[in-house]
Design a protein around this ligand. Structure first.
Ligand SMILES: Nc1ncnc2c1ncn2[C@@H]1O[C@H](COP(=O)(O)OP(=O)(O)OP(=O)(O)O)[C@@H](O)[C@H]1O
Ligand SMILES: [Mg+2]
Length: 234
């Protein structure tokens, strides 16, 4: 579904990603784990066409997206839950969800998508007239995920899903990730620290200062001594 082949990404003068190669297959959940400043957010933004590579290429559904503008990539079916959520705080829950359905093919099935999102997050239905900025942190994260789902994405990118959330809310959100995984939604989880993310994934990659250093099935990564010490707090 997504193929990233040897990309070099620069931000200003600085090279952030080095010869990065990885892939996500249809129906897979894949985790990219990396420490502070490793380049995780830059990687997600690169998939969304916000940074273009100096070397290498990206394919989505077999088509090159290397130099496509973001709106085209989103129109092709990539959605994201950005780091820090970035919901529209002055708008209601309902209006935020409506905004998520802006790609034209998603608009026609707005009602159906709303029902889907409300079934995954019943609390959003209860609060659909509430101003989004007044939701709790966990509810805001649910809204950010719900908004991304409103575009009926083929590939969902999630950056730091559980940052700042309580263990209880985090488990709840991973429960929803598991449901989406069962429904066959393809997801890329980008994480700093991630026993839970790996448990809910098929495969993973370790990103260290802009380079992929380790890759494997989630089972392999969960059993790796270096990863357990550096990323899983064990
Ligand atoms: N606008 C920018 N201009 C130049 N360099 C930047 C810019 N934004 C980020 N960087 C640099 O890119 C590198 C990777 O940052 P990025 O945000 O991708 O890391 P991250 O893995 O997401 O980190 P975190 O875990 O803190 O979210 C860092 O060294 C950062 O200083
Ligand atoms: Mg980041």
């Amino acid at each position: 579904m997504l193929e990233v082949n040897g990309i070099d990404i620069f931000r200003g003068e600085a090279q952030i990603l080095w010869d990065l190669t990885f892939r996500v297959e249809r129906g897979e959940v894949v985790t990219v784990l990396g420490g502070n400043g490793a380049g995780k957010t830059t990687l997600m933004e690169s998939i969304l066409g916000l940074h273009h590579p100096k070397k290498g290429n990206l394919l989505f559904l077999g088509k090159s997206i290397t130099f496509q503008p973001s709106f085209q990539i989103i129109r092709m079916g990539v959605a994201c839950v950005p780091e820090g959520r970035r919901i529209f705080k002055d708008m209601t829950v309902y209006e935020n969800l409506e905004m998520g359905a802006y790609p034209s093919k998603a608009r026609s099935s707005l009602e159906e998508s709303l029902e889907w999102v409300f079934s995954l997050f019943p609390v959003l239905k209860e609060r659909k007239r509430q101003i989004a900025g007044t939701l709790s942190g966990g509810e805001q994260q649910m809204l950010a995920i719900g908004r991304a789902l409103m575009s009926k994405p083929i590939l969902l990118l999630l950056d730091e899903l559980s940052l700042g959330l309580s263990p209880k809310i985090t488990r709840e959100i991973y429960g929803t990730i598991e449901k989406l995984r069962e429904e066959g939604v393809t997801m890329l989880l980008i994480k700093q620290n991630a026993t839970l993310a790996l448990r809910h994934s098929h495969r993973g990659y370790i990103l260290e200062t802009g380079r992929i250093t380790i890759q494997g099935t989630s089972q392999e990564l969960l059993g790796n001594e270096h990863i357990r010490k550096a990323y899983l707090g064990m």
